[in-house]
Design a protein around this ligand. Structure first.
Ligand SMILES: [Zn+2]
Length: 332
């Protein structure tokens, strides 16, 4: 029998795509207001509809096409934080893409970011959630577009915008094509994370580490096929942003019990837990915890430890980190 995990357990979520966390009802409402017909991306029950990962990217972009103005992103932020509050999330980081917010133009991006930051402040007040932003380059948009994305990040880094990363189709391009963007962000003091090892195999994790030198890896789970790499992750304290439900839903692994997160943890890799694009994968963080508790007999103590690790790996200032750790460890 697995232990029942309290749904209200305070949680830290580090790997969440902003548009990918958009509740379908919110996107449907926005499409209606703007007279956009995107009905084909929804199933009859109102969820997002798609066949596989590559179709998912298409549907994702169609959903994103409804998000056009800074005001839209402000409202999206509140909708996303409301969902996080339901999951007991107390601290979250979200991937933001200047490609979707002003097309990579710095002054346009500034307006979008300002609108999101204002909503984050409301979210802090109303839901008690601290939100930080990570600018991500979109890998399948190509290396050229990663440069303005990095410049947007550098120009707007601050209390809210604290990181830089890369997401998108791992089969396109090589990490070495994005070193300019990562070096630029690193030199400006931004914290770094890179998607790798979701689809690309262990080698993609190794390449991301070698060329982009991130402190966290998005997914990274396929590192499990190369134990020397697993040991390197553990020794170098590289943090994995693991999203088990996303991997199972997209068929990277057939089931939760078959997912390598438990083995990675046993080999002392620092793992954290997130939902990636939750409404697209029909998941919530509460559901993830339930499924993991069942698959690996993880207890509430395991989840507290994982959340404490996530707080320590957060891209925020020391005072925020301490405050979040106190909440997680039940001292606040
Ligand atoms: Zn992701």
């Amino acid at each position: 029998m697995s232990e029942k995990i309290d749904p209200a357990l305070p949680k830290v979520e580090l790997h969440l795509h902003f548009e990918g966390a958009a509740p379908p009802a919110f996107i449907r409402g926005l499409a209606k207001e703007k007279n956009l017909d995107i009905s084909k991306i929804f199933t009859e029950d109102g969820g997002y509809a798609y066949r596989d990962f590559w179709h998912f990217l298409e549907v994702y972009e169609a959903a994103t096409s409804t998000l056009q103005t800074p005001e839209d992103f402000h409202r999206l932020c509140l909708a996303v934080l409301e969902d996080r509050a339901r999951d007991g999330v107390v601290y979250a980081e979200t991937f933001l893409s200047p490609d979707f917010c002003g097309g990579g133009d710095v002054s346009a991006w500034r307006e979008y970011l300002h609108a999101i930051e204002e909503a984050a402040a409301i979210g802090q007040r109303d839901f008690g959630i601290t939100l930080k932003g990570i600018v991500t380059a979109i890998r399948h948009f190509g290396p050229e577009k990663s440069r303005p994305a990095a410049i947007c990040a550098v120009e707007t880094k601050g209390d809210f915008l604290t990181g830089f990363g890369i997401a998108g189709d791992e089969k396109m391009h090589h990490p070495k094509d994005f070193t300019w963007a990562f070096d630029c962000a690193r030199e400006a003091g931004l914290r770094l994370t890179a998607h790798a090892g979701e689809w690309g195999g262990a080698k993609s994790v190794r390449d991301a580490l070698d060329y982009l030198k991130p402190e966290r890896i998005g997914h990274g789970v396929q590192a499990i096929d190369d134990l020397a790499l697993v040991d390197r992750l553990a020794e170098d304290r590289v943090v994995l942003e693991v999203c088990p439900g996303s991997n199972v839903f997209l068929g990277v692994y057939p089931s939760f019990p078959a997912h390598p997160v438990d083995k990675l943890r046993e080999r002392e890799v620092i793992v954290t837990l997130s939902t990636d694009d939750p409404p697209f994968f029909r998941t919530t963080l509460v559901q993830e915890y339930e499924a993991l508790a069942k698959a690996f007999s993880w207890t509430e103590a395991d989840f507290r430890a994982i959340n404490a690790d996530a707080a320590r790996a957060a891209f925020c200032d020391a005072a925020t980190k301490d405050r979040i750790l106190q909440i997680i460890e039940g001292r606040a």
